[in-house]
Design a protein around this ligand. Structure first.
Ligand SMILES: O=C(O)[C@H](O)COP(=O)(O)O
Length: 331
């Protein structure tokens, strides 16, 4: 069996796969920095004729699948396979393996840091120092005095791998944690399952963790945003289009809530480098970097290899093959 690998992976796992595949072509997109689109994928697959494919950003459309019928599985090193036509994969009977949680620790760590930075006015105080404002007679202690995260009420919308990793990091902060996730089978010990409205009404930190699909588009609408407390912070590090961002802008501009931390935008990169939130002073904006750590390669490599080996052994197939009906994401 021949495996074509277009996702960055580590040697440890490529060696594990060597036990199963007689030939492995390792050509991750990161070498050239270019993702392959439809026609390049067709050309590559037709030329190499692999039995298995591992990708991260390359595009798999219906046309790709129709033109190359040799794939026995596709491994996608993503939490949500946004780069793949999932419906066509199931129509053509190609199992899809994904890597939920590959960036959970990365996102959780930056989530915690930026939330604390927000609560403690760190960015404003840094800017103030850069502007050489700290002179006799100024009172930075009072000017930038903030809040502790300790014992705050945190609400997660979607309770996949990322919010679960954040939940673990929050333990020493003794926060009250609520979550909304109608698709989660098991309850999360130490957190309270509530309605979507209750999250917005009661939490001081409201954090969105939804995949983007037709059911989640602008799910966070004006009605929900208007329920938020005046001192609440809104965080979106999942996907931009799950929020009505024009309405979010309005509640921020009118200071109906305390602020927002936003890592994902409707257009990326934003046109002319400008986002609709730029003129606000109650936001922390980051350029979609919550999941950007070197360690993610190690995590995705392990997760996809474990799954492929189980898949080949025919183990727990229902658990490991991506189910497109799952709505609440791991992203
Ligand atoms: O932050 C990331 O790493 C990207 O949003 C990709 O995430 P995904 O694995 O959920 O697709």
């Amino acid at each position: 069996m021949k495996l074509l690998v277009r996702a960055p992976m580590v040697e440890r796992d490529l060696n594990r796969l060597k036990g199963v595949f007689s030939e492995i072509i390792y050509n991750p997109w990161t070498i050239t920095g270019e993702r392959y689109y439809e026609d390049e994928m067709i050309e590559l697959l037709t030329r190499e004729k692999p039995d298995g494919l591992i990708i991260e950003l390359d595009e798999i459309t219906e046309k790709v699948i129709r033109n190359y019928k040799g794939l026995k599985f596709i491994g996608d090193c993503r939490a949500t396979p946004e780069n793949i036509d999932v419906k066509s994969c199931s129509a053509y009977g190609i199992p899809l393996l994904t890597t939920p949680g590959r960036n959970a620790q990365a996102v959780a760590e930056l989530w915690l840091s930026t939330v604390i930075m927000f609560l403690r006015n760190v960015l404003a105080s840094m800017k103030w120092m850069e502007e050489e404002n700290w002179i006799d007679g100024t009172t930075p202690y009072y000017l930038f005095r903030g809040n502790e995260l300790y014992e705050k009420h945190v609400g997660f919308i979607g309770m996949g791998a990322v919010p679960r990793a954040i939940f673990k990091l929050l333990k020493p902060f003794n926060c009250k944690v609520s979550y909304y996730d109608p698709y989660l089978k098991n309850e999360i010990e130490g957190a309270e399952k509530v309605s979507l409205e209750e999250i917005f009404k009661n939490c001081e930190i409201v954090s969105v963790h939804l995949p983007s699909n037709e059911n989640t588009r602008e799910m966070i609408d004006e009605k929900l945003l208007n329920l938020m407390k005046e001192d609440a912070i809104f965080i979106n590090s999942s996907r931009s289009n799950v929020v009505d961002n024009k309405k979010l802008y309005r509640v921020l501009d009118e200071r109906k809530i305390r602020g927002a931390i936003i890592d994902v935008f409707d257009v990326e990169p934003p046109i002319g480098g400008k986002t609709i939130f730029d003129n606000l002073d109650n936001v922390i904006l980051t350029p979609h970097i919550y999941g950007a750590t070197f360690e993610v390669v190690n995590h995705q490599s392990k997760i996809i290899t474990d799954k492929i080996l189980k898949f080949i052994d025919g183990e727990n197939l229902e658990e490991i093959i991506f189910n497109s009906d799952i709505l609440t994401g791991e992203s």
